[in-house]
Structures are given as C-alpha cells and as structure tokens.
Design a protein around this ligand. Structure first.
Ligand SMILES: *[C@@H]1O[C@H](CO)[C@@H](O)[C@H](O)[C@H]1NC(C)=O
Ligand SMILES: *[C@@H]1O[C@H](CO)[C@@H](O)[C@H](O)[C@H]1NC(C)=O
Length: 210
C-alpha cells in the first residue's frame, strides 16, 4: 500500500471514531432515568443554561428537625451533569444541626468545608468507625455506599460542598428508612431489636405509620 493510501485509511478510521464520541448528553428529564442516566436532549435545544446551576448560591432552610439542609445539584436540578459521572450538593448546618446517618447507594462523596467545623464520619462494612472533626478548608472522603453523617461541631453555622461521583447518587437517610415508612411496628421491632414504645415514638416523629 502506498503512503497516501495508508493516510487515507487512517483518516477514515479516525473520523468514524470521532463520530462515536459525544461531547455531552444533557438530560431530557421527561425521558426514563435508567442505569446509564436520562436520554439526551436534542442538541439543537441545548443552551449554556443547561450547564449552569445557581441553586447552591443560597443557604438551605435549616428550620426543621435536623437543623440542617441538603441542597442537591444532581441531574434532576442540573441536567448538564447527565452522563458525566459527577454532581454536587450544598450542606447547611445550623448550630446543633446534623445530616443524620445516610448512604448514597450510587456514589462516593468528597466533602469540602467552607465555613465552620463539622464532625463527620462513616462506618465500614466491618463496622469500623472513621470519625473526625474537620474545619474550614479541610476535605473528607466517604466511600460509596457506606453509612455516614455530618454534624455541626461549633456554635455557629457550618457550610460544606459535597462532590459526588454520580449525577444521580441517591440519598437514603437511615432513620427515615427505618421509621418513616409503613412497615408494621411489629416487623420493625423484630428487625431492629428495639421495643414497641421506642419504635412507635420514632414512627410518630419521622412520619411512619403502622
Ligand atoms: C423555612 O422553613 C420553615 C418550616 O417549613 C418555614 O416556616 C419558613 O418560612 C422557611 N423559611 C424560609 C426563609 O423559607
Ligand atoms: C403509607 O401508606 C399510605 C396509605 O396507607 C400511603 O399514602 C403512603 O404513601 C405510604 N407511605 C410509604 C412511605 O409507603
């Protein structure tokens, strides 16, 4: 084969490979959310605003039972992250506030403390605990799927940004999973070793029935 023929073949090969590479897949939130994310919005309809989200600029409302707020910038709020393997959230913790034990089934998390001090920790599959009070500028990582928490460790508000390794990390808060549901008290007692009064009290606080 002559040199110019080889170059021509290379050119064809590279241009067909390029055709398979997609720059982005902004979520069409009306489509089904499958394991690979949402279907792509038609490129002609994509605008810069799909890649910008201003929802983390202001503090979440911490007037609630946990005295804390999680403001997500997941794919549902920020469609530009669809398919990119990342997302963010903002944590606001009033004094005494806590993000109770929870998991993100689909993502690891890196926490960046912006203001204040936070006692954060996770529990491994072997039930080892890793707890530390982190301060402004510190970062801490929480491996995927493990139970973890963040609690305000100072007398003033604390703020942090969480970076997650999925556009749709999921969030399941353990106390709500156990007591904010319709599983009968008898079954909750059997599966948690707690007594009837404790279970009924927690169901009442966290919105469960049964
Ligand atoms: C914060 O939430 C509380 C309780 O839901 C509500 O009463 C209050 O108006 C909210 N504050 C703001 C600033 O939205
Ligand atoms: C619990 O049951 C009620 C109706 O009995 C239903 O409206 C509600 O959605 C259920 N909650 C959950 C978390 O399944």
């Amino acid at each position: 084969m002559k040199m110019h023929q080889i170059l021509f073949l290379l050119f064809i090969l590279l241009s067909s490979t390029n055709a398979l590479v997609q720059d982005f897949c902004v979520a069409n939130l009306k489509g089904p959310d499958g394991p690979a994310g949402y279907p792509c919005k038609t490129e002609a309809k994509v605008t810069v605003d799909d890649f910008v989200f201003s929802g983390l600029a202001k503090a979440g409302n911490t007037s609630n039972i946990i005295k804390a707020a999680v403001t997500p910038a997941f794919v549902a709020q920020f469609p530009g992250v669809n398919g990119l393997g990342l997302s963010l959230a903002r944590l606001d913790l009033a004094p005494g506030g806590v993000i109770p034990l929870h998991t993100h089934p689909g993502a690891s998390e890196v926490l960046v403390v912006l203001h204040g001090s936070i006692t954060a920790g996770f529990i491994s599959s072997a039930n080892s605990v890793y707890v530390k009070t982190v301060h402004k500028g510190d970062i801490m990582v929480f491996p995927q799927g493990l139970l973890h928490f963040q609690a305000n460790a100072g007398g003033k508000p604390a703020t942090a940004i969480a970076s997650l390794s999925s556009p749709n990390p999921g969030l399941q808060i353990t106390a709500f999973a156990l007591f904010g549901n319709n599983l009968t008290s008898a079954l909750v007692e059997k599966t948690t070793f707690l007594d009837d009064a404790q279970v009924k009290k927690l169901k009442a606080i966290l919105g469960g029935t049964g």
